[in-house]
Design a protein around this ligand. Structure first.
Ligand code: SF4
Length: 374
């Protein structure tokens, strides 16, 4: 297996835990930052020879929460081992509130090319309903600052927020299109076990949107973003030409990647190793020189190929049979032929004999299809 050309660094700190979020993070625990940096420097020693990278992604949590000085310290840890090649994509996730002039300067100094903003909405009521700590004007200001510095911008948008109407989603889409980001990711709110939102749903304090309304919101997002010149290149992702997220494309191509930090999952093409999700446990184990892996998923060739089907079909370009066989060593049809035929019959996929793609109807229900092939 060739050395990975993609790496992910997980930064688990947030100012505040949004009520719907079940990501690997700690909120209001900046006292752990020193331990995190010390543990990360140890975990990075796993890389013996410097890795030349096509993409590097700093995700979270909220990497921008480290602030300009923290980000410089983080970069000093990785830079001898993770080396972005010329033309590499270097992405960082940011809270709009953190996008100050000093943050923009540090991004440029560190070679960041792309900033992904957790905007979620440009409507004050929706942001409040989502328990976010920023205002619409913060998102607008952040995009302007980043564009002025020549950085590409992704804006995350959330649909089906509590109380959000279809008209509010339309206004959000128009507002985000008006900001002219290079990339937009649209996610439908999910009600995850253990979150404050899920507890409120059980008490009937919060009511999820009807499934048919959720679907209309997502169809509206596809229509408006495509009409504005964005390519809908993956179930949740839209990009102007030339601005697809190359890091995520590596995941969807099942290329090997490295990953560091609590909850971070690395993949060598067959085995996925996920670090311990608890930030404190990951720090303690790493500092003690113990293995901080929480889960090891060693896939058979067949399981790896099944996963390749799922991530491949999430993309608008779908799966090309010959390329699939060359990459996985297995033919597509013995693994998924029956499911594909059924989806085609139901109008959820197209199959021209060489390439299989989900239709828009298939994209809208994609999560419910994967059980047919896994
Ligand atoms: S800022 Fe992002 S990662 Fe942090 S709690 Fe909110 S949704 Fe989760």
């Amino acid at each position: 297996m060739p050395a990975p050309r993609h790496a992910y660094v997980h930064v688990p700190f947030c100012r505040h835990r949004c009520g719907y979020c079940d990501f690997t993070l700690v909120a209001g625990r900046d006292d752990l930052i020193e331990g995190y940096l010390a543990a990360l420097s140890i975990e990075l020693q796993r890389v013996r020879d410097p890795l030349e990278l096509d993409t590097l992604y700093l995700g979270g949590g909220t990497p921008s929460h480290l602030g300009p000085d923290g980000l410089r310290r983080l970069c000093a840890l990785w830079k001898s081992r993770l080396v972005p090649a010329g033309g590499a994509e270097v992405s960082i996730e940011a809270n709009p509130l953190d996008v100050t002039d000093a943050f923009v300067t540090v991004c440029r100094d560190l070679g960041v090319t792309r900033v992904s903003l957790g905007g979620q909405s440009l409507d004050a009521a929706t942001l409040r309903a989502l328990d976010r700590d920023h205002a619409p004007a913060d998102v607008c200001r952040a995009v302007e600052r980043l564009h002025a510095a020549g950085l590409a911008v992704n804006v995350d948008l959330m649909t089906a927020a509590p109380g959000q109407t279809l008209a509010a989603v339309e206004r959000d889409l128009d507002a985000v299109i008006g900001l002219a980001p290079e990339h937009v990711s649209v996610y439908c709110l999910t009600w995850e076990q253990g979150t404050a939102f899920e507890a409120a749903r059980r008490r009937r304090d919060l009511v999820p949107a009807e499934e048919s309304v959720e679907r209309m919101m997502f169809e509206t997002a596809i229509d408006r973003l495509e009409a504005a010149g964005f390519e809908h290149y993956e179930v949740s992702n839209f990009a102007r030409p030339g601005f697809c997220c190359r890091h995520n494309e590596a995941y969807w191509d099942c290329r090997p990647w490295e990953a560091f930090g609590p909850g971070a999952a690395r993949f060598d093409g067959r085995t996925r190793i996920t670090n311990h999700r608890s930030t404190t446990t990951w720090i303690a184990k790493t500092l003690a020189g113990e293995d901080a892996a929480g889960d090891v998923d060693a896939m058979t060739a067949e399981q790896a190929a099944q996963e390749r089907i799922v991530v491949g079909l999430r993309r608008r370009e779908g799966i090309e049979r010959a390329a699939f066989q060359a990459a996985s060593g297995l033919a597509l049809d013995p693994l998924a032929g029956a499911a594909i035929a059924r989806w085609v019959e139901q109008g959820l996929a197209t199959d021209d004999g060489s390439r299989v793609r989900l239709t828009r109807a298939g994209m809208l229900v994609s999560d419910s299809l994967w059980g047919d092939v896994l």
